[in-house]
Design a protein around this ligand. Structure first.
Ligand code: GDP
Length: 314
């Protein structure tokens, strides 16, 4: 991938796609191509084929997907399965038939079995049953990565297949009910600070262990992988920095400047006790994240405050 390559980023308005576009711009890539959903519906096979035959990108980052938490997955299972299968099949197939040299496909740690040994290695794929609450999404993603592998076997088409850990960063969903833990806590601590509240409540016991990666570090890893001579089979992308939810909450409180009490509401679910990827394959090839969790949280908090001061603040 050179600075004059034509690079299509599918899903550029999402957390990951926006980070990839920022990263490519900062590195000086001159031909980054994006399309909004209104301009190009990626579930529409004919429209996707026309786009690729006209634009003929050299490289593709496939960061478009229908995503959501437990609630969304269990409310719209048919859409999660169908839309993700359609988006990835259309993009992978049309890209390679129209001259794309390399594509980056993004999965998620939920593709691994629910009871996979921790830290989760790439070879845990398809060794046991999935977590039922997000299996619709996971099954689609497994089909997508298998399609990439099948393309390599049958036609020699190269794909980077990346499995990121829990992500956070600018542009994330900060909704108080439907967000993931990092944006949820940033918002809650910020509002508590403004209101002069004495305590903040955190869901669950605070004991679950999680690994977090800033979306800009993921973008950096994807560009690194796109530039490697070989793509490999499947690559976990994690920070390797494991924290308890209680430690995370203390760090968010420090970053936000809230000095009240933290209260743990054990009537709320903890979810899985530990989720950590084994990213030693990627580390061995020379990549590591640029920011610590605290630095990444501080950047995200700055973005959150600025975005709320803008015209679209809610
Ligand atoms: P998970 O990694 O799939 O479990 O996704 P989440 O980011 O939703 O939750 C991670 C952990 O943070 C769980 O143990 C939650 O109970 C805990 N948690 C604490 N406070 C919050 C919050 O305000 N929002 C969310 N989503 N999770 C929280």
């Amino acid at each position: 991938m050179d600075l004059d390559s034509r690079i299509f980023v599918a899903g550029h308005r999402g957390l990951v796609g926006a980070a990839i576009v920022r990263h490519l711009a900062a590195e000086g890539f001159a031909h980054v191509i994006t399309r909004t959903r209104a301009e190009l519906d990626l579930t529409d096979q004919a429209a996707v084929e026309v786009f690729f035959s006209e634009v003929r990108p050299d490289h593709v980052f496939l960061a478009a997907a229908r995503v959501g938490g437990i609630h969304a997955n269990s409310t719209w299972p048919a859409e999660f399965l169908r839309d993700n299968l359609a988006i990835q099949t259309n993009v992978i197939d049309s890209a390679f038939r129209n001259g794309t040299r390399r594509l980056a496909f993004l999965g998620s740690s939920c593709i691994y079995p629910k009871l996979a040994e921790q830290p989760i290695r790439e070879d845990a794929l398809l060794t046991g049953p999935l977590e039922p609450t997000n299996e619709w999404y996971a099954i689609a993603k497994i089909a997508g990565l298998k399609l990439c592998q099948a393309h390599r076997l049958q036609y020699g088409h190269e794909s980077v297949i990346a499995m990121p850990t829990n992500l956070y960063g600018p542009g994330d969903n900060f909704h108080p009910e439907t967000s993931h833990v990092v944006p949820g806590l940033i918002r809650r601590f910020h509002e508590a600070k403004l209101a002069g509240a004495r305590s903040v409540t955190i869901w669950g016991t605070g004991m679950p262990l999680r690994e977090f990666l800033h979306a800009d570090d993921l973008a950096d890893a994807l560009v690194f992988l796109m530039r490697q001579p070989e793509c490999g089979e499947l690559t976990n992308v994690g920070s390797g920095e494991e924290v308890s939810i209680a430690e995370l909450a203390r760090t968010v409180a420090r970053v936000v400047g809230f000095d009240g009490e933290l209260v743990f509401d054990a009537t709320k679910p903890d979810g899985t006790p530990r989720k950590l990827l084994d990213s030693s394959r990627l580390r061995a090839s020379g990549w590591k994240p640029r920011r610590s969790l605290e630095e990444g949280l501080a950047e995200t908090y700055r973005w959150f405050v600025e975005s709320r001061q803008g015209p679209e603040a809610t």
